[in-house]
Design a protein around this ligand. Sequence first.
Ligand SMILES: NC(=O)c1ccc[n+]([C@@H]2O[C@H](COP(=O)([O-])OP(=O)(O)OC[C@H]3O[C@@H](n4cnc5c(N)ncnc54)[C@H](O)[C@@H]3O)[C@@H](O)[C@H]2O)c1
Length: 361
Amino acid sequence: MADIAVQGAPGGVRFSPLASLSTLVDPGRTLIVTDRRIHALFGSAFPPCPIAFVPEGEAAKSWEVLGGLYRRLTDIRMDRDGLILAIGGGSISDLAGFAAHTWMRGIAFAAAPTTLLAMTDASLGGKNAIDFEGYKNVVGSFHQPEAVICDIETLRALDGAQFSSGMAEVVKHAVIDGEEYFSFLEATLSAAGGSGFNHESCSSAALRRMVADSQRVKLAIVARDPTEKGERRILNLGHTFGHAVEIVTGAPHGHAVSIGLRLACAYSVARGDMAEAAKARIESLLKGYGLPVRLSETASGAVADGGIRKAMARRIAEALVMDKKRSGGIVHFVIPRAIGEVSVERVAVGALAAFLEEVEL
Ligand SMILES: NC(=O)c1ccc[n+]([C@@H]2O[C@H](COP(=O)([O-])OP(=O)(O)OC[C@H]3O[C@@H](n4cnc5c(N)ncnc54)[C@H](O)[C@@H]3O)[C@@H](O)[C@H]2O)c1
């Protein structure tokens, strides 16, 4: 897709206002996929292309919505030289990336992410998916975007919960990456007065560095393991417990990942693999960026009773059902050992369940 050739930035990422999309795409060969909220906020900067509107959030990632998108591609006679341009959050890039991968056996795909999660995570690395019959992300593919265009200023329109949800992945990337990125996040927080960080008032330079550093961390790992055969699993740090929290309590993904990250650190400390001081720094950074680290701090205020502990343990075991590599109740678990030191180990589900019985949730 020569019209959207990418220069410079790693993995084809560029920082540019949404209005620059008009100079990058050919309106006669491009379908924009977005939702009504994003269009109301930023539509005036969109290039003059046909638009497919999809439902907001996770509801976009359905078989029915995908079918509607194929119908639209048929109506506009999209051929193999076309481009699907996702403008929005991770749900839109997941849906649109899969549509691009499957339409005519694969057409070009580009993303202009407008949430922190999509800029730092979902729009990068080529994974896409829709949900099926209650199972999340089970129908999908790998389809690398031709370009990812990030307009940092769009992040100012997010609400606080959406922004902090993305911050969980940012903190995760810093834990994986090491001291320099982690202390930058600590310094940014203390410059804002400890817990007064606000993405509406945060400088563009600081926002941009967070996004760029997280992209660097993710893209470097993806480049070494594009189809998640090994090292890429490191990016699941905090997600084994996090997914269980998300499903059992209904907490937003990033909030659940934050609790999952603290639990992974606590598990590592309990095994003697991580110093308490490192865990305390991670926990304090998460809290400083407005993230819950305990169930009681989520919007649902879930109480960590025996029922919740069992439901979470059951959920972790159930996750194995969809894991092709399951064997003998073992999960690939990401162990944080220090800031900048993380490894993937095979851990018995029973050990995680026993830990959940004991730990402060
Ligand atoms: N493919 C991957 O590698 C990957 C990685 C992480 C997450 N994901 C997926 O990403 C999805 C979550 O994405 P998300 O957190 O970006 O949310 P989302 O896309 O599910 O929803 C975003 C919501 O915020 C609104 N919105 C978007 N940009 C806005 C802005 N700038 N200001 C105000 N409102 C705005 C949208 O209208 C929508 O209501 C999940 O489905 C998850 O599975 C995919």
